[in-house]
Design a protein around this ligand. Sequence first.
Ligand code: NDP
Length: 322
Amino acid sequence: MWCFSRLPLRIGHASRRHGDRRFVATVVSGNKTARLVKQRLAQQVEQMQTQFSGFRPGLVVLQVGDRDDSNLYISSKLKAAAEIGINAKHIRLPSCTSEDQVLRAVLALNEDPEVHGLIVQLPLDSEKPMDQELITNAVSPLKDVDGLSCVNAGRLSRGELRDCFLPCTPQGCMELIAQTGVPVSGQNAVVIGRSKIVGAPMHDLLLWNHATVTVCHSRTADLPLQVSRADILVVGMGRAEMVRGEWIKEGAVVIDCGINYVPDPSRSSGKRVVGDVHYASANERAGFLTPVPGGVGPMTVAMLMQNTVISAKRSLQDRTRT
Ligand code: NDP
């Protein structure tokens, strides 16, 4: 059973109508759910501050280079942290930094007792060759609030959910599924994508919450057939609007992680963001559907904050034990 859903919000069941009227999915709002998570975390941080004389959870975002998209994601993390009372710091290393220097920065932050969560913003924007795996694995598993190190990923794959940090995007998806009220246990779940950050941990989380899980990828033979079997469908493939409503089982829970920019001359920016699921057609088949934007994205940030607060609590427990 998914354990983090202690939120007051539970959305009603989908309003599915027959006759000549169209089926419409219930929207599962990540904005709303993330707001509730952040409110709960802010209360917990306030309690910590009162109980442990001004103590605040500490988060460091380590960036190499200066990518525009990374800067945008980092600013939303820093904003969320400020709202909650987390002491967040952004360290930007120039793109000429060597791998060795990045590793040394990570190791120093591992040793800093004021830092409870440490994330390396990916992708690394480096002029020099850099082993991303080596760097993410250098982050102490005790501070790896992105849940990307081998230690945390290994624990998750073995079902040791309480002993690891869960990757933020799949954790946010589980929270959104919980909001629908549809139980995960015993359902047929289909995940499209098998990346380390989305698809693979999503598989693990659904599996250890007792769904029967199928993972699809670029070599899956008949994607529409696999999708049609899903009671719960989670899509993280990075292909704009590829999953069509006609593929989806009627009444399914559909969670769309995709963030894709498509041209839109009607916007001043000349583009708009869409998911991996074709929203209009999916809306006529799914029981529950996450929007893009405003679905999984805000939940990813909220779960990063949640992991940081969990890490800070663990460090306080260690402090009171010694
Ligand atoms: P990756 O590119 O790392 O992985 C994409 C996955 O989709 C791969 O496993 C790939 O298969 C699979 N795939 C690609 N094309 C197809 C296809 N035609 N049929 C079936 N499977 C396919 O992407 P990420 O996992 O990092 O991200 C996925 C999406 O989620 C992106 O849109 C990204 O922007 C978004 N995202 C959103 C986040 C959020 O906070 N909302 C956070 C992280 C990502 P194969 O392994 O065979 O190549």
